[in-house]
Design a protein around this ligand. Structure first.
Ligand SMILES: Cc1cc2nc3c(=O)[nH]c(=O)nc-3n(C[C@H](O)[C@H](O)[C@H](O)COP(=O)(O)OP(=O)(O)OC[C@H]3O[C@@H](n4cnc5c(N)ncnc54)[C@H](O)[C@@H]3O)c2cc1C
Length: 294
């Protein structure tokens, strides 16, 4: 049974922000509802009011502006699967979308919902962090941008204020000589939460060495982990099997996994090393394998 609540249905973003300003913190945004409704049913949350943000056109759309890819907070996971800007400039996000839930969930679930819910296993967070994404938060007072790494602060915790909405997520269009990808291990091949997931982006220099890398591992700590030591181990190097193996080992050391029903901490740490190695190898192959042969 669902608890009782009032449902607010704004038609425009200004209306929605006014409602939040008036009723926060007693009102909770409702997008696809694939987290919210489950939590209401399980009595984990009982807000006095839900505010349906599904009608807000201002939260929709995927576009390119000033060298950045910008997706509205209300973008559904299904929309990420085929949009040319995502396929061309956000491949790890597209790959993550393809592994998130099932078609029914993907048709309703939104990117903002996935990020604000801030599950350690959220599938869109590592790819967006690897791409260098920022979250745009808007209230009646105006908008601010927060790097995704700082937006998520812990298990189901973000820095969003009760009167703010996630209006957009944006990242710089990937630079030349770069490639990126996403890898997920679940208990099943489809419709399964991540036991562990990872995303990475590599930028090569003109000589074929790694100029910069971002490696992010999910479901391995209270929030997605940036593997800074592993990234440093790749910098300036040709991405040979040995260099990749060392970086994967360092990446796994950056995790702080827990035992839970989906896997033990020891398994997660071991498998983190395996998937980072596979992911980096796939990225090198996607780039044409040339860096590997230098
Ligand atoms: C069967 C099933 C399978 C699933 N599988 C996966 C999976 O494989 N991987 C995965 O990562 N997740 C999975 N999920 C979780 C869920 O589908 C995602 O987290 C989804 O992206 C949440 O989006 P939503 O639009 O449904 O959010 P909602 O449930 O509507 O909202 C989630 C949270 O975000 C807030 N919110 C929503 N929109 C905004 C906004 N614009 N601004 C501010 N706050 C906002 C809400 O107030 C709430 O706190 C699964 C869920 C189900 C039911």
């Amino acid at each position: 049974m669902l608890p009782e609540f009032d449902l607010l249905r704004p038609n425009t973003l200004p209306e929605a922000l006014a409602m939040l300003a008036e009723h926060a913190p007693d009102v909770m945004p409702l997008a696809g509802g694939t987290n919210v409704i489950v939590e209401l049913r399980d009595s984990h949350k009982s807000p006095k009011m839900l505010m349906d943000v599904g009608k807000l056109r201002e939260l929709c759309g995927i576009r390119r502006d000033d060298g950045h890819i910008i997706i509205g907070g209300g973008t559904t996971i299904a929309e990420l699967l085929t949009h040319p800007l995502i396929v061309d400039h956000g491949l790890p996000l597209q790959q993550a979308a393809a592994r998130l839930g099932n078609p029914l969930v993907r048709n309703r679930a939104t990117v903002a919902g996935n990020l604000v819910n801030a599950s350690p296993a959220a599938d869109t967070a590592p790819p967006l962090m690897a791409l260098g994404a920022e979250v745009e938060l808007t209230s009646q007072a105006g908008s601010r941008r927060v790097p995704l790494d700082e937006f998520i602060v812990g298990v189901n915790k973000t820095c969003i204020q009760p009167d703010e909405l996630v209006t957009a997520i944006r990242w710089p269009g990937p630079p030349a000589r770069s490639a990126a990808g996403f890898y997920k291990i679940g208990l099943r091949k489809a419709d399964a939460c991540s036991v562990i997931n990872a995303a990475a982006m590599v930028i090569w220099d003109e000589s074929g060495r790694c100029r910069q890398a971002r490696i992010v591992i999910g479901a391995a700590a209270p929030k997605p982990v940036r593997a800074h030591e592993a990234e440093a181990a790749l910098q300036g190097q040709p991405l040979t099997d040995d260099v990749i193996a060392e970086a994967a080992h360092l990446a796994a050391q950056a995790t702080q996994p827990i035992d839970d029903i989906r896997g033990t901490a020891a398994y997660r740490q071991r498998i983190a090393e395996v998937i980072v190695r596979r992911l980096l190898t796939q990225i090198v192959i996607a780039q044409g394998g040339s860096a590997r042969c230098q």
